[in-house]
Every structure is written in structure tokens, then in C-alpha cells.
Ligand binder design. Structure first.
Ligand code: GSF
Length: 207
């Protein structure tokens, strides 16, 4: 019987991070999924009641309390299993891991904002310079991950790796024309390898 409830959508890359962690740490049975639909222009009342920011994921715990956003939920769930922690609990490994998580989320934020700007916003109100600024953030983040790919990403499929894999999956879904693999071959090799993990295969977004 699940003790927690996750506000969920199969297409949300931020929710996917949580689902991948649940797979990796064998905690799926603890969490019931409450599927919701939302966007910044069609908010969801149940989500707004759970998270004032009106965003998913949000996680309701057994005692009724609520956690958000995805990074907080990942850290919480990482402390609820007996396996090897997916984020170091102290020292420079922890700060480095959290920094890589933050950059992966920044990459994903930029990709989601581009999606909203180019899909939701009326065509006559779109702002090319703003879109270009978001695209530059994606490019700089990819270049950074290319540099650290072999040193920081290879050893362990940790919270940073989960966050980055979900961000790259979303970029592939929404910007297939970006062809980032040609420019970032080490990152591409890393992603090709981790993409075969059951946790990522099971949570791939519907096309
Ligand atoms: C971002 C969540 C988010 O943007 C986190 O949880 O890490 N910093 C937050 N979620 C999107 C759905 S998605 O693109 O995964 C969302 O809920 N958007 C609705 C809105 O009103 O922005």
C-alpha cells in the first residue's frame, strides 16, 4: 500500500527525475501517482493547493505534509532507502553533486521555457532575443557537462546523473534538430550508455 502521493505527468521531465530515482532505489511501491494536466496558462487547482508555485512534481507524505520541488523530493527520497546514497552526505562530493544537479536543472529550465515561448505564447508575441538567450544557456551547460563528463559523470548514476539524463531526454524530445551529440561526443557517449538503464527506459516520455 503506497504511503506517499506524487503529483505526476508522464511528459514532465522534472517528474521523470523522481520516477527514475524511485526505479533506481526500488521505492516505486511506496508512491501512488496522481496524474494531472497543467501549464502556466491552464493551472491545476489540485496542484496549486499542493504547491503554491503551481508546478509538478509535488509529493504528499504519509502525514499529509507536502514536499516540492524536484530537487527537494529527490533528496528526501534518497534518504528513504537502504542502498548506496545517490548524493554524498557531506564534503566536497556533496557540494559538487548539488552544483551539477543545479546546472542540469538550469539546462532543463531553459528548455522548458523555450517550449512555453514557442508553443504556448501566441506567435505575434514571441521574442527571438529571449529565445536565443535561453538557447545559449543550454549550449553553455552542454559544453560544461562535456568537460566534466568523463571525470564526474561516469562512476555512479547519482542525483546529478539522473537530472542530466532527464534534461537531455527532454532536449531530444523538444529540440531534435539541435544535434548536440556532434559537438559534445563525450557527453553523447555517456548518455548513450546510461540510456540503457531500466529506470530511463521505463520512464521515457511518450513521443
Ligand atoms: C520546476 C518544475 C516545473 O517547471 C522543479 O520541480 O524542479 N524547479 C521546479 N514543472 C513544470 C512541468 S515540467 O515541465 O516538468 C510545471 O509544473 N509547469 C507548470 C507551470 O505553471 O510552470
Amino acid at each position: 500500500m503506497p504511503s506517499m502521493t506524487l503529483f505526476y505527468s508522464p511528459t514532465s521531465p522534472f517528474v521523470r527525475k523522481v520516477m527514475v530515482l524511485l526505479h533506481e532505489t526500488e521505492q516505486l511501491a511506496k508512491v501512488a501517482l496522481q496524474e494531472v494536466q497543467l501549464s502556466p496558462i491552464s493551472p491545476n487547482p489540485a496542484v496549486n493547493a499542493a504547491n503554491p508555485a503551481g508546478k509538478i512534481p509535488a509529493l504528499r507524505l504519509a502525514d499529509g505534509s507536502l514536499l516540492f520541488d524536484s530537487r527537494v523530493i529527490l533528496e528526501y527520497l534518497d534518504q528513504q532507502h537502504d542502498g548506496q546514497p545517490l548524493l554524498a552526505t557531506s564534503g566536497s562530493a556533496r557540494w559538487n553533486g548539488l552544483t551539477l544537479c543545479a546546472l542540469a536543472d538550469a539546462l532543463l529550465d531553459a528548455a522548458v521555457l523555450i517550449r512555453y515561448e514557442s508553443f504556448l505564447r501566441p506567435a505575434d508575441k514571441r521574442w527571438d532575443s529571449w529565445l536565443a538567450g535561453q538557447q545559449d544557456k543550454i549550449e553553455r551547460a552542454l559544453a560544461y557537462f562535456e568537460q566534466v563528463a568523463s571525470a564526474s559523470l561516469s562512476e555512479h548514476f547519482d542525483l546529478a546523473a539522473i537530472s542530466l539524463a532527464c534534461a537531455l531526454g527532454y532536449v531530444d524530445l523538444r529540440q531534435p534538430e539541435l544535434a548536440w551529440r556532434q559537438r559534445y561526443p563525450q557527453l553523447a557517449a555517456w548518455y548513450a550508455a546510461v540510456s540503457q538503464r531500466p529506470s530511463l527506459l521505463a520512464t521515457a516520455p511518450p513521443q
